[in-house]
Structure formats: C-alpha cells, structure tokens
Design a protein around this ligand. Structure first.
Ligand code: NAD
Ligand code: IPM
Ligand code: MN
Length: 360
C-alpha cells in the first residue's frame, strides 16, 4: 500500500547539512523503488537557528517536529556558539528537542560484519562479528537534573533518576534483547552513586517481574569501557544512563572504525527522532570529506520504524557493499573518496538491486 512519510529535516550545523543531504539522496533513491513518498520539510535548528532567530529550537521548528511522522537531524554546535549563555546554546536546543518529543530511548547499534572488520581501529580478529546496541536513557539523569549551578567559585550538576524513568528504559532494553540474542548488560556506577543504586534495583525488579527469559547482568561503567574494547562480541544489549551512554557509544565507534558510521534512533515519544551519533565536526565542514554513513544508516532506522523494513534492509546492504568494495571516505581510509562520490556509489548500488528484492 502506498505510504507518505512527513519528515521534518533539521540539517543543523557544521557537517550536518552535508550528511543529511547525502542521506536524503540515498533514501529518495530507495523510496522511488518502493511505493513510498518521502515528504521532506526543512526547519532551522541549532546554531543556524540561533543566527536566524536568536533561539536554537524555535517554536515553529518545535511545532513542525511534533506534527511530523519522523524528525531527521544532522548535527548541531560549533565554536562560534560555544560562549553563549547556556540557555541559548545549540546543545541546549538539542536537549529541548529530545524532551519535547519525549524521545527517552536512544538506540545506538554497532555492527562489525566480517567484511568490514578491517576498518576497525582494533585488530579485525577481535571485532569481527560484533553486534551490539547501546540503549541510552536520553531525557533524564545528569543532563536534566536540577539544581544546577555555575559560579566562579563553585559549580554542580545533579544526577537524578526517578524510578519510572528507569523502569521504562529498562523495558525498552529487555524488549530489544528479546528481538536479538536475549542478553542485557546494565551499566552503572552503583558502587559510588545513589542514582545508580536505584537504577540497579529497578532494573532487577523489572527483569524479575516480566523479563526473566532475558539474561541480565550488571557491570560498572569503568569496567564496561574496558570490556567493550577487550571483548566487544560478548555484548548484545547495553542498557545505561544518559551520560554513560553518551561516552560508551563514542567509544564503541572505534570498533567499527569511525564515529562517522554510527546511527541512532531516539524513540518512545510522540515523534521518533533519527540522528547520527557524531557531532558537527567543525574542522571538516564544507570540505566534502565527512562520512555520511551514520546519517544514511539513521535513515535506515527511520524506515524500519516507519514499517518499511525492505527499504531499510536495502540501504544497509548497499552501504555495506559500497564499503566492502573499498569505496569509503577519508576517516576510514587516507586514500578515500569525497562525500558526494561515496554517496553516489551507494546510490548506484541501490540502482543495481533487482526489482524482485523490493517486492519481498
Ligand atoms: P564530533 O562528533 O563532531 O567529532 C569528533 C571527531 O570525530 C572529530 O575528529 C571529527 O572529525 C570526527 N567525526 C565526527 N563525525 C564525522 C563524520 N561524519 N565523518 C568523519 N569524521 C567525523 O565531536 P566534537 O568535535 O567533540 O564536537 C563538535 C561539536 O559538535 C560540538 O559543538 C559538540 O557540542 C557538537 N556535538 C553535537 C552532536 C549532535 O548534534 N548530536 C553530537 C556530538 C557533538
Ligand atoms: C550526542 C551529543 C549530545 C549529547 C550533545 C551535543 C548534547 O554528544 O548526541 O551524543 O551529549 O547527547
Ligand atoms: Mn555524544
């Protein structure tokens, strides 16, 4: 049946516009092959919105995001906005967007198929076959906890978790594990932090109550950082709080070879949000060198969540085939190709997929 998806596009800052343009190109190419219309509408967000309107997350952008089927974000931030009052920084706009959408569950998958293991920062023999997902709590914890203060003499933040916030992200992790290999490692700092002790109690309670078929274990975050590098294949689902998930997901990008390849989906609210794990990479901006894979694969996650699994699978297959053929951007290979050449190579892979695949 024919479907139209209204996508609110927030290119943002730095390499955001370049990587979202690439993803849009690939997604439109696939959509043309299935009975799908992608209705893109672009809105100002982040530093670009500050320059245009004075606000990182203008009211008109908020309204458009809330009424769209999905929000597709590039990246925000950059040195030119770093010294603004915190309330008006691009990053504050991003947190407000996640909160406004109620997108509390941030899924950040990391896959290293054998054919791409040579791209890793680590020896291929160690990472080949890695398939994990970080389930990061996204609208609570130290990012949002009050009080918060910064004076010249003293500064503090508050890492606060409510039981219901832990319960709902734990359920997402357990449900995610059921669709995968059935294992959750909950990562915390319960040996030191009160918020982590409540975290562990509630995760155990939710597990006992309704998910005892899933294998649950616990790990302190410092050890988890080490184990992810030492034995990445031992992980299936990593359930963790906002700050720990932020750090562990960037760390995990070394398994795949570059931060430029990790996608994410932020779910659980009124409108799902899709964004690369990486930031605006100011030093790469405007040079046609950014890796668009994270954005393209975020597009695949969007299509999956919009019940277009065939289109999503084709995007993943075409990205993997392009990389496996040796075509990649310079973050993965110093001899690599520019962003637009890589993107066109992915589009050509899409063109080569036989029609029968699309009607599966
Ligand atoms: P970053 O993710 O922009 O860059 C970190 C490193 O990864 C840099 O070496 C960069 O060149 C590289 N990198 C990132 N994306 C890449 C890509 N697609 N292709 C090739 N290389 C890539 O993080 P940062 O430098 O710490 O922060 C820069 C700005 O981005 C800051 O203003 C920060 O607040 C913001 N930021 C935004 C988001 C977001 O919008 N979701 C995420 C992280 C950081
Ligand atoms: C990310 C980013 C953001 C975060 C920043 C820019 C607010 O690092 O999406 O990972 O910390 O969540
Ligand atoms: Mn981050």
């Amino acid at each position: 049946m024919s479907q139209t998806l209204q996508i609110a596009l927030l290119p943002g800052d730095g390499i955001g516009p370049e990587v979202t343009a690439a993803a849009r190109r690939v997604m439109d190419r696939v959509a043309a092959r299935v009975d799908l219309t992608l209705a893109w509408e672009e809105y100002p967000f982040g530093g670009a919105a500050i320059d245009a309107t004075g606000q990182p997350f203008p009211e008109s952008t908020r309204a458009a995001c809330q009424s769209a089927d999905a929000v597709f974000l590039g990246a925000i931030g950059g040195p030119q906005w770093d010294n603004l009052d915190p309330a008006r920084r691009p990053e504050t706009g991003l947190l407000a967007l996640r909160k406004a959408l109620g997108a509390f569950a941030n899924l950040r998958p990391v896959q290293v198929p054998e054919s791409l293991a040579h791209l890793s920062v680590l020896p291929p023999s160690r990472v080949s076959g890695t398939d994990l997902v970080v389930v990061r709590e996204l609208t609570g914890g130290i990012y949002f906890g009050l009080p918060r203060q910064h004076t010249p003499e003293e500064a503090f933040d508050t890492m606060r978790y409510y039981a219901w916030e832990i319960d709902r992200i734990a359920r997402v992790a357990f449900e995610t594990a059921r669709m995968r290999r059935g294992r959750v490692v909950s990562v915390d700092k319960a040996n030191v932090l009160a918020s982590s002790r409540l975290w562990r109690e509630r995760v155990i309670e939710r597990h006992t109550e309704a998910f005892s078929d899933v294998e649950l274990s616990h790990m302190y975050v410092d050890n988890a950082a080490m184990q992810i590098v030492r034995d990445p294949r031992s992980f299936d689902v990593i359930l963790t709080a906002n700050l720990f998930g932020d750090i562990l997901s960037d760390l995990s990008s070394t398994l795949a070879g570059s931060l430029g390849v990790l996608p994410s989906a932020s779910l659980g609210g009124t409108t799902p949000l899709f964004e690369p794990v990486h930031g605006s990479a100011p030093e790469l901006t405007g040079r046609n060198v950014a890796n668009p894979v994270a954005a393209i694969l975020s597009g695949a996650m969007l299509l999956d969540s919009a019940n277009q699994p065939v289109a999503a699978r084709i995007i993943r297959t075409c990205v993997d085939a392009t990389l496996a053929s040796g075509c990649m951007t310079v973050d993965l290979d110093p001899q690599g190709v520019p962003t637009d050449i890589f993107t066109e190579a992915v589009c050509r892979e899409v063109d080569h997929i036989p029609d029968s695949t699309f009607t599966d």
